[in-house]
Design a protein around this ligand. Structure first.
Ligand SMILES: Nc1ncnc2c1ncn2[C@@H]1O[C@H](COP(=O)(O)OP(=O)(O)O)[C@@H](O)[C@H]1O
Ligand SMILES: [Mg+2]
Length: 239
């Protein structure tokens, strides 16, 4: 196995993946995958459960080794998972500033928490948060690092529909302000259409389909096309 993530330089894309291969034993999950995300670009990744989305994201984050190819990415991409992964014994501001090498961690955490609407909860504890609030803290913890690459692995999947819509608005706003390259893994076609500049479908270990929502237009054509790519037959509306 080769390790792993080559640091990118200042003016480069957020991430470039070339001929990536990743296997668990003999089982090849990612095979000859190519991907490039620009800074400020919002990319959504769809694909059937088990097709390798999380495996790809963990490789990009430098959390796992790879078996072939090359990843050029920032040294510390920020990651948000489906579970918030906050430390229960640390206050919210300490959770947000964990690992941050600055003189004023509390101030930085306060600013990040204010950005996600929790500026009055610095000294509160993870156990007192709703699911949506905990994911907002996880987003604050990701953004406090000013990442060039933000990796989101189904971060809203466990939230109720209304909270999810609020989170979409928040993420859109945060990304517009910070301009990282974003890779959002989701199983929700509508979420992908609502948020992404570009939608990818992963299949058989590689990127099998690409749709540029900004260039090609969002809406119903994209939706039915995407559902077909995912192997789901789109229902026919009579509108
Ligand atoms: N640590 C692991 N060891 C062995 N197999 C794994 C491991 N993690 C994931 N897999 C397998 O790799 C495939 C892709 O998994 P994953 O990347 O989690 O898919 P997705 O996120 O698209 O649902 C699945 O078949 C899964 O069972
Ligand atoms: Mg997954």
């Amino acid at each position: 196995m080769t390790l792993h993530v080559v640091p990118s330089s200042v003016a480069s894309p957020a991430v470039v993946v070339t001929n990536l291969r990743r296997a668990y034993g003999k089982r090849v999950v990612i095979d000859n995958l190519n991907l490039r995300i620009e800074r400020g670009e919002f990319v959504a990744l769809l694909g059937e459960s088990g097709c390798g989305k999380t495996t790809l994201l963990r490789a990009l984050a430098g959390l796992d080794p790879i078996d072939g190819g090359r990843i050029v990415a920032p040294r510390r991409p920020a990651v948000v998972f489906q579970e918030h992964r906050l430390l229960p014994w640390d206050s919210l501001w300490r959770n947000v500033s964990l690992g941050l090498q600055v003189k004023d961690p509390r101030e930085r955490a306060a600013a990040a928490l204010a950005e996600v609407g929790l500026g009055d909860r610095l000294d509160d504890w993870p156990r007192n948060l709703s699911g949506g609030q905990a994911q907002r803290v996880a987003l604050a913890r990701a953004l406090v690092q000013q990442p060039e690459l933000l990796l989101l692995d189904e971060p809203f999947a466990a939230l109720d529909a209304l909270t999810r819509i609020r989170m979409h608005d928040l993420v859109r706003e945060l990304v517009a302000n910070h301009r990282p390259g974003v890779l959002l893994v989701t199983h929700d076609v509508d979420e992908a259409i609502a948020l992404a500049d570009r939608i990818l479908v992963m299949r058989e270990g590689r990127i099998a389909f690409e749709h540029r929502t900004k260039r090609d237009g969002a809406g119903r054509i994209a939706r039915s096309e995407l559902l077909a790519e995912l192997g789901v037959v789109a229902s026919h509306h009579t509108a």
